[in-house]
Design a protein. Structure first.
Ligand code: NDP
Length: 280
């Protein structure tokens, strides 16, 4: 199978991470989420992105366990990410937060654990905790989220292990050219959150035009644009038909001119908070 849900990129430590996964932000605990995770795995998704602050790790974990059994998969065939929340940033606090996430998910390890936001004065202690978890073999890979170049540079001054991933807001209105260049030079894999700009780009005239040229949807064009930039992407849907649509991006390619015209839409505009001005 050649789908991007199944194709992987090697992180700096060699761990294989799927290019395309499922996000579950703003989905509450409950049967809808359990069923959505199972539908995603049935459709070929192998990567699921949650966070302690989404308060849905129990249902994500239940969905994962049921999906593994239903599809005859082993745990190592799925890639599970969670994130430590701002109030738990500290060496001991972060170690405890990791155990709490594992316990809610009902798993004995994560594939990727991220610092959710770069809270000043706190993220270095949290990073030491992630390094401990990594060196002890408790987690396959560690990284950060919402880190600007300045935060990455600061973190790496004292880090023994470099972050393997930076998960940031990324879509055509915020295409992060400086961060992309920096991450590439440092061997840090970028991962896009809100790749569909939470739905706000789906009527965009240029994107609609490109989509109809390829006989694809705007969501598929956005996902393809991430992948052609070498950025991992995790669009969120709880609907099986949209999960299927978002995964069906192997049968077309954006031309260099189309990529450039989408890149030119950048306005440094965010749907989420700016990590430099976030009220932590
Ligand atoms: P997305 O950009 O993925 O957009 C999700 C929205 O688009 C939902 O309303 C969904 O609705 C809709 N949608 C999905 N697919 C389609 C489609 N094919 N056609 C039309 N509409 C569609 O937003 P998110 O903010 O959820 O970002 C994705 C993931 O990134 C999150 O779920 C989370 O895992 C992660 N994230 C991380 C953050 C961080 O700080 N690290 C911050 C924010 C997100 P529906 O479900 O009804 O289909």
């Amino acid at each position: 199978m050649n789908a991007f849900t199944n194709r992987t990129v090697a992180l700096a430590n060699g761990v294989a991470m799927p290019w395309l996964g499922m996000g579950v932000f703003k989905v509450e605990e409950g049967q809808e989420l359990v069923e959505a995770v199972k539908a995603a795995v049935r459709l070929g998704y192998r990567s699921i992105d949650t966070a302690a602050v989404y308060a849905n790790e129990s249902s994500v974990g239940q969905g994962i366990r049921e999906a593994l059994e239903e599809n005859g998969l082993s745990r190592d065939q799925l890639f599970v990410t969670s994130k430590v929340w701002n109030s738990d940033l500290g060496y001991e606090e972060t170690l405890a937060a990791y155990e709490a996430s594992l316990s809610k998910l009902g798993l004995d390890y994560l594939d990727l654990y991220l610092i959710h936001w770069p809270v000043a004065g706190k993220y270095k202690d949290a990073w030491r905790a992630l390094e401990t978890l990594y060196k002890d073999g408790r987690v396959k890979a560690i990284g950060v989220s919402n880190f600007h170049v300045s935060h990455l540079e600061d973190l790496m001054k004292d880090a023994a292990v470099r972050p393997m991933v930076d998960q940031v807001e990324f879509h055509p209105l915020l295409s992060q050219p400086e961060l992309r260049r920096f991450a590439k030079a440092q061997g840090i894999q970028l991962e896009a959150w809100s790749p569909l700009m939470q739905g706000q780009l789906l009527d965009h005239p240029l994107l609609s035009d490109i989509a109809s040229r390829h006989g694809k949807s705007v969501a598929q064009v956005l996902i393809r644009w991430d992948l052609q930039h070498g950025v991992i992407t995790i669009p969120k849907s709880t609907k099986a038909e949209r999960l299927a649509e978002n995964a069906a991006v192997d049968d077309f390619e954006l031309t260099p001119t189309e990529m450039e015209s989408i890149d030119a839409l950048n306005e440094n505009r965010r749907v989420g908070p700016d990590p430099d001005n976030f009220d932590f």
